[in-house]
Design a protein. Structure first.
Length: 423
């Protein structure tokens, strides 16, 4: 299977943020936002022990308990602190109290547990001299020196750990995504020469192999991956308890599946490298739901029923939304309709219906484009989406009914412009 094929069908990945910012517990931008001097900030490295960073345990959970198929680790965030043994700076985990190459541990764990490997690396760097800001103020003196440093660090992580599946660039300012600013063509050529078949994102100034909507699930015509936080921060923030519900995570997965994209869901590790307990509880619950309902998520195809115009939210079903693959489609119920559920606009022959998690058959009648399901329960637990599985005799096809005075609006799973969903 090529990198493109596995990525198109992955659906769910783990993003891991860890760095010196984790020790302060105020988010990954703390150095910038609080204007902490470089020398003062660097002193945090003397307290960086990572005593409870266990890559094997994190990746084991991701694969076996949470249902994820790939993982991406921040090898270096904007602060400039490297989780690997860089030869271009002493600002690394190997020069701290930890004295460990955490990237090597992460890569080895991914290979052990059969998870695809992604390495995040910030192009920007607040700790170096010269840095990106210097290149704007003194371009002749600083620019090429800084660019060579950036390219050199990317070369290090692409040549030190064996095969890597994803190069995840970030920190593209202050060149505002400029191709020439980051010498992106040269950078990507170097990455691909070291890692044939690797996928790169588009955060270096050139369009990548996949797009990376951040903070919202937004389908694209190309391969795409929505990167999302579990609370309001990427890095650990001890005061941020605004955790997303398990149901919200399941809905993000459905939206990714319906637009044939992936969800890259983040955890910010605690100062000691351990996973915050709320993250474990949320991901365990979603993982158990996936064990029962993953058929409706993994390897799915485009399938979204949209509203009257392409600018409107596709919200015609007041009980839930859909995913599909092959001759199957799935309704993810977020609210319970009672003993009977009516679905209109079904332009395909339905041959069987069941609750996906239990495989309990549901009696139904189909009269033209109208389906009537006899669910049999006045109430049902919808703390997580209840997935109903429809088997069809031909390609699943549903229309959004325009009512008595409006024509029906056609839609099938190959629509190139699904609506953008924000959280």
């Amino acid at each position: 299977m090529t990198n493109k094929e596995w990525f198109e069908n992955a659906r769910y990945g783990l993003f891991i943020h860890y760095g010196l910012y984790s020790l302060l517990g105020r988010g990954e931008w703390v150095m910038n936002k609080e204007q902490i001097p470089v020398d003062e900030y660097a002193n945090l490295s003397h307290s960086f022990t990572a005593e409870n960073f266990d890559a094997d345990e994190i990746i084991r959970r991701a694969k076996n308990d949470w249902g994820m198929r790939y993982a991406v680790l921040t090898t270096k965030h904007h602060e400039g602190f490297c989780l690997y043994d860089s030869k271009l700076t002493s600002f690394t985990t190997t020069k701290t109290a930890a004295k460990r190459d955490l990237v090597a541990e992460f890569v080895n764990a991914c290979r052990k547990h059969g998870i695809r490997i992604g390495l995040y690396h910030s192009l920007n760097d607040w700790s170096t001299s010269p840095n990106a800001t210097d290149t704007l103020e003194r371009p002749k003196e600083c620019y090429q020196k800084f660019i060579d440093f950036v390219h050199g660090q990317i070369r290090e992580i692409m040549s030190s750990y064996g095969r890597i599946d994803i190069m995840w660039y970030d920190g593209w300012w202050p060149f505002n995504g400029s191709e020439t600013g980051w010498q992106a063509e040269k950078l990507n050529a170097m990455v691909r020469s070291l890692q044939p078949g690797i996928l790169v994102n588009g955060r270096c100034g050139l369009p990548g192999d996949f797009s990376t909507p951040e903070g919202h699930v937004s389908a694209a015509q190309c391969m795409w991956e929505a990167c999302m936080t579990l609370n309001n921060n990427w890095g650990y923030h001890q005061g941020d308890n605004n955790w997303k519900s398990t149901k919200a995570v399941a809905e993000m997965l459905r939206q990714a599946a319906s637009g044939r994209g992936n969800l890259l869901l983040n955890i910010g590790l605690r100062p000691d490298g351990s996973i915050p307990q709320p993250c474990i509880e949320i991901l365990n619950t979603v993982g158990q739901w996936l064990k029962e309902n993953g058929e409706s998520i993994y390897d799915s195809e485009r399938f979204e029923v949209e509203a009257y115009t392409r600018k409107e939210r596709s919200d015609w079903s007041h009980h839930g939304q859909y995913t599909a693959w092959g001759n199957n489609f799935y309704l993810h119920l977020h609210s319970w309709p009672g003993k009977e559920l009516v679905i209109t606009g079904v332009e395909c022959k339905v041959s069987g219906i069941e609750f996906l998690a239990t495989r309990q058959k549901i009696h139904f009648t189909q009269n033209g484009t109208k389906l009537i399901l006899e669910l049999g329960y006045d109430e049902y637990d919808t703390s997580m989406p209840v997935v109903i599985h429809f088997t069809t005799a031909n390609e699943p096809r549903i229309y959004r009914s325009g009512g008595h005075n409006n024509p029906k609006i056609p839609h099938c799973r190959y629509d190139p412009l699904p609506a953008e969903i924000k959280y």
